[in-house]
Design a protein around this ligand. Sequence first.
Ligand code: PLP
Length: 443
Amino acid sequence: TLSVIENGQKRYEELAELDKKHFFHPSTSFKLQKEQGPGLVFTEGKGVYLKDVRGKEYIDSLSSLWNVNIGHGRAELGEAAAEQIKKLAFSSTFAGNSHESVIQLAAKVAELAPGDLNYTFFTSGGSESNDTAFKTARYYWKMKGRPSKKKIISRTKSYHGVSVGASAATGLAPFRDFPSLAPDFHYVDSSIEAIKEMIEREGAETIAAIISEPVQGSGGVNLPPQNFFKELRDICDQNEILLIVDEVINGFYRTGTNFGIDNFGIVPDIMCIAKGISSGYAPIGGMIITDRLKEELTDLTDGVFMHGYTYSGHPMCSAVALKNLELIEQEKLNENVNLMGAELLKGFQYLQQTHGGIGNIRQIGLLGAFEFFKDEESKTRYDEPFAPKVVAEALNNGMIARAIVYEGQDTLAFAPPFCITKEEVEKMISIVDQSISAAKNKA
Ligand code: PLP
């Protein structure tokens, strides 16, 4: 086994050299990459586990980027991809052309989506889906003869992606630290009062749409205030503002219902999707609009909707997404989300009782988080965030964990694959348990 470890280390070092020279990573420190090379170099995945080039296994507690919902290593999805590529690798969906897989996928999405959200535009991911939604909302008002309705309002702590438009909509300030993002984006605190005030101040006649995640993901797994979406729906209706819901993380069962918004009993005008639709096996996202919006656009415009990506409705991505949704249903993994979500919550409560200094526990389906405090009662934070220290220990202990420290938070977030078992939840919690103790001992 020694030679296996040595070989793994050697291979890591070879790859690290090339990585450092040539691979410009997303969301990565240039300095850290230069000094330390790549973090983990992954080679394999199976279920809730990832393996790296050194041969060490890790529990993937966040389904990688909240996206590998079905779990790693599902050969059936590879087979669906291969079959589609062998038959029809690519064909354009521009100018009204179509193909079988994308038609079936659009119909499947309509079946799952709430209300009359039945008409889907496809993209390659979440940022493109949100950009498409912003352009569609602005186009709609322009076509209705009201081009001044163009502002997009989003919530603080929201994350909507990194394209020029999607980063302009993102409420987390670090993502907007670039000059000249898109104009006419405004941010508002997550309270109905604040939203009403903003509409009053800016004028409803200048606002095209409000965008919100049902449960915020990257901003810290934040549940909306009580009745938030019911009231938001009313406000949007009263002020003729379109409501866009960003389901990129929530969508396709992550919160235990088909879509996150199903927990809150309303239907938005536009819904953006990505990640879970293909469990990350292929890059695909989309924007779903209501029949009402579709009919209005049809009546309003004689021309062409001049917006589309080369890979809108990509055949292989569509086939993989279809197979992914079929397997999740067949194997009742969507039902497992609620069962294992309850186990996850039990785990959080156990950690809180064992360690103290843990609070603000939240969980909905297989999406959960809790926060660290030096003193939980007075909600006093540590001088330096504690969650990243737990993440570092967890890595030693065989788990990839995610800390969220934006805006003074000190949060550990969880979104494991839907295939997780009770034993695997317990193992994950036990690793966190040990890692908290180890981090405390070093403090
Ligand atoms: N919207 C939400 C809620 C997200 O969580 C993400 C990605 O994490 C995005 C949009 C952006 O998606 P993508 O990275 O596929 O462009």
